[in-house]
Design a protein around this ligand. Structure first.
Ligand SMILES: Cc1cc2nc3c(=O)[nH]c(=O)nc-3n(C[C@H](O)[C@H](O)[C@H](O)COP(=O)(O)O)c2cc1C
Length: 181
């Protein structure tokens, strides 16, 4: 059955390494008949969660008015949410963290539990352990806490300049992951 796949991409460098990884994943998913939509978090205006608690008394509505107004329904409608981002200071980039913090509005019972998720990241560092912090957040926040089902992680080091990912074998993995999602 076709799935709604949402890609949240979080690099300000458009056509950079993480976008190529995400688009290759998308090409696989589309070839398998899934519907793919994309949101560039780097181009979105997203304020940080204010911990005001408004959402708790207002049917999960956030008091802030910004591009999360479009991102909330996109997440609600997705079967699979793919996070695509570069590694920044050994963690998620702020553009992604802002959006994920705002998922607090869906709590405390978190009606968005029935999702699948994928993590697609690139970094300059060759050491696979570089992704440890970002992966731990993904595991603890999305898989353990939100209970989204992890469908795969593609973490590619050794990519500094934009375009460095061209021809990398990880792109084959990304296509296959999209195709089998
Ligand atoms: C602000 C900033 C912080 C970065 N921090 C790291 C880092 O901690 N570790 C690392 O290996 N690469 C780091 N990088 C490099 C990027 O992760 C790498 O170039 C990545 O492939 C960029 O992906 P993109 O082309 O999709 O933006 C950093 C780059 C920037 C701009």
């Amino acid at each position: 059955m076709p799935k709604n796949v949402l890609i949240l991409h979080a690099s300000p460098r458009l056509n950079g390494n993480s976008q190529t990884l995400a688009e290759t994943f998308a090409a696989g998913a589309e070839a398998a008949g899934h519907w793919v939509s994309r949101i560039s978090l780097a181009q979105a205006q997203i304020s940080p969660c204010q911990a005001c608690g408004y959402c708790r008394g207002h049917q999960h509505r956030c008091r802030l008015e910004d591009d999360m107004d479009k991102i909330y329904p996109a997440i609600l409608g997705a079967d699979c949410v793919a996070l695509a981002a570069p590694l920044y200071f050994y963690d998620w980039p702020a553009q992604l963290k802002l959006a994920i913090d705002r998922l607090y509005a869906f709590g405390p019972e978190y009606s968005i539990r029935d999702k699948e998720t994928v993590l697609l990241m690139t970094a300059a560092d060759q050491n696979p352990q570089s992704f440890g912090g970002a992966e731990a957040t993904y595991q603890l926040a999305l898989v353990d806490y939100l209970r989204w089902r992890d469908r795969g992680r593609i973490l590619v080091g050794g990519l500094n300049e934009a375009g460095a990912i061209e021809g990398h074998p990880a792109l084959i993995d990304a296509y296959k992951l999209g195709y089998t999602i």
